[in-house]
Design a protein around this ligand. Structure first.
Ligand SMILES: Nc1ncnc2c1ncn2[C@@H]1O[C@H](COP(=O)(O)OP(=O)(O)OP(=O)(O)O)[C@@H](O)[C@H]1O
Ligand SMILES: [Mg+2]
Length: 588
């Protein structure tokens, strides 16, 4: 996380908000006009009151009193209508802009490469999307409205004060800096505390997210107390920083109220003396007092909202940090098109690769492999050999450090990522099922697929039978992460998805590992059929799968140790022979 420099940067993050305001220029202008009109109406009010007191009561002109009251009434109506309009327009802007920020943030996060998600916890990202944006909303909505209105009223009432009585105004001007200075000093502290507070809240969301996702594991290992404690610690520290923040704000409020109101009392006292000696009329003093009260209440409101703005600036800073973090793996600006006819040939040339989070260990070491179009390659090797890594690199989830990978003779680093990923259908080692119906879950393979196509794919994946036994068949809702399915059922849904995608390259990462022998045979036959016209890379631990491959690639510690057919490899009596003896047992 990057460090924040206090001082000059404090507002720059809120200035970045401007980009989000751009589409709503006309509304902003309208809100501004309405705001000014309602403020002017408020500012005119004391003048009308002065006129009523001085001319009406003191000079006993009853006709004038009536007229002035009608004027007063008109002002009140204008105030009411325009204040309400201002409220609506400004709050609308707040909601609208935060909705935009949320969508943009989500869209942005989705472009980030897997390595980003390895270092950032999901709960934290969710907290950015929800609590941080809500904080910004408080400022964009009411915050800006209050700031604008109060600054306008403050300036207006100060001007009107000096028009009413210059000497008394001088007194007030001495006081204003006394209020503003602590505002700035406390504001900095509040912002720092608020940022810390939000980080701690994000941390607690992260803990909650992780445990909810692994609830069975938490419960079976009796980790409830442990995690409750972890959660409690982070909630408590969030509370502690919130408390400090509140303290700073309370001190600020006490200070502001004290200065402002004692100054007011001094002025009233002085004014009263002047009225007594005839230096000022009663109406003038009343007018002056009302303006003075406006100065006081508006500066108090400003000091209140200042704290909120500081909080939101902290939140906005974190949102911007996220928005600024650029995805490292993107399509080059002038991406090369992979010729459709050649999509199937894959070449790995001297690929060296280390995971960003583990830079000291090569996950792939001088990995070279030429795969012809239509070929079926089996990758075998002990756990951690780097088999899944090969798939991840082919899909360009990570940047390789040396060498290159080509698909259809185009370096995948030069290709359009969308075209590359469109060309590959993967059944990953860990299947992902979304909180949607069976139908929708399979449809992710090909969003425009018809229901019939989906059923055909499900039949091919030997999934149709169990889907029919689900309570609502294809419309059964699967729950988050597909927790309402067995491992093997999930795998068959994932296979159906890949079958539906019908891509030139098929990547199977232990796709049938959770299936019973019978289902596996069914799925194998379906896959066999599917493999015929495409290039297939299959990671397998079972002999049946391996035997069907054209070539078997044996991997260990990120290196290829042997390539050949089952028979050739057995004769070499190397790692493969040992693996085969252990894994395939009596079968060979
Ligand atoms: N995201 C990651 N960050 C850091 N290291 C990783 C990451 N994924 C895998 N590794 C490491 O890279 C090596 C190769 O992992 P890989 O997943 O390719 O193994 P595998 O051959 O698929 O094993 P298995 O048969 O258990 O699935 C392992 O040592 C693993 O610890
Ligand atoms: Mg693996």
């Amino acid at each position: 996380m990057h460090k924040t420099q206090p001082g000059y940067r404090r507002f720059s993050s809120l200035i970045h908000l401007m980009v989000f305001f751009k589409p709503y220029k006309i509304r902003i202008l309208l809100a501004f006009i309405v705001l000014i009109i309602s403020a002017i109406a408020t500012l005119v009010l004391p003048v009308a009151i002065k006129l009523i007191i001085d001319q009406g009561y003191l000079l006993q002109q009853h006709e004038l009193i009536n007229q002035y009251f009608i004027l007063l009434f008109a002002i009140v109506v204008v105030m009411a209508i325009f204040s309400a309009t201002r409220f609506y327009l400004v709050m609308w802007l707040g909601e609208r802009i935060v909705a935009d920020i949320r969508s943009k943030l989500y869209q942005h996060i989705l472009t980030m490469e897997p390595a980003f998600f390895e270092t950032t916890r999901t709960g934290e990202l969710l907290s950015r999307l929800t609590t941080d944006t809500t904080l910004v909303q408080s400022v964009v909505g009411s915050g800006i409205s209050i700031t604008l209105r109060c600054s306008f009223l403050l300036a207006g009432s100060l001007i009107m004060l000096s028009v009413t009585n210059l000497q008394l105004t001088g007194l007030i001007l001495i006081i204003v800096p006394l209020v503003i200075l602590p505002l700035i000093i406390f504001g900095r502290r509040i912002r720092r505390l608020s940022k810390k507070n939000q980080n701690l809240i994000a941390e607690s969301s992260a803990i909650a997210g992780e445990t909810f996702n692994a609830i069975q594991m938490v419960q079976s290992y009796l980790l409830e107390d442990f995690y409750s404690q972890c959660f409690n610690i982070s909630v408590e520290s969030a509370f502690m920083t919130a408390r400090k923040r509140l303290m700073a704000r309370a001190l600020l409020a006490a200070f502001a109220i004290f200065i402002v109101f004692s100054a007011m009392m001094a002025i009233i006292w002085l004014g009263a003396q002047w009225v007594l000696v005839g230096k000022m009329t009663l109406g003038e003093l009343s007018q002056f007092l009302i303006y003075a009260i406006m100065v006081a209440t508006n500066s108090a409101a400003l000091s209140e909202v200042w704290g909120d703005i500081q909080r939101a600036a902290g939140a906005m800073e974190r949102i911007l940090e996220l928005l600024k973090s650029q995805a490292k793996i993107v399509s080059p600006r002038q991406a090369l098109l992979i010729p459709a006819s050649k999509l199937e040939a894959i070449h790995f040339k001297h690929v060296f690769f280390m995971y960003p989070s583990r830079p000291e260990q090569h996950a792939l070491h001088d990995f070279s492999l030429n795969i012809a179009a239509g070929e079926t390659i089996a990758l075998v090797g002990p756990s951690g050999a780097g088999k899944s890594t090969v798939f991840q690199l082919l899909l360009r989830f990570y940047q390789i450090q040396q060498g290159n990978i080509t698909l259809g003779e185009v370096d995948i680093a030069q290709a359009n990522i969308k075209q590359l990923r469109q060309a590959c259908a993967i059944v990953p080692q860990e299947t992902s099922i979304f909180a949607a119906s069976v139908m929708e879950n399979i449809r992710y393979g090909k969003p425009e697929a018809s229901d019939d196509e989906i059923r055909t794919a499900a039949v091919a994946a030997a999934a149709d039978e169990f889907i029919h036994r689900l309570p609502d068949g294809y419309d059964t809702f699967l729950g988050e992460h597909g927790i309402r399915l067995s491992g093997g059922q999930r795998q068959r849904i994932a296979i159906a998805r890949a079958i539906l995608k019908n891509a030139p390259v098929l990547l199977l990462d232990e796709a049938t590992s959770s299936l019973d022998a019978e289902s596996e045979k069914l799925v194998q036959d379906a896959l066999q059929h599917l493999m015929q016209n495409r290039t297939t890379l299959v990671i397998a631990h079972r002999l049946a799968t391996v035997l069907r491959a054209d070539r078997i690639v044996v991997m260990n510690h990120g290196k290829i140790v042997a390539i050949g057919t089952h028979q050739q490899l057995l004769e070499q009596k190397g790692l493969y022979a040992r693996l085969a003896a252990l894994q395939f047992g009596e079968l060979y």
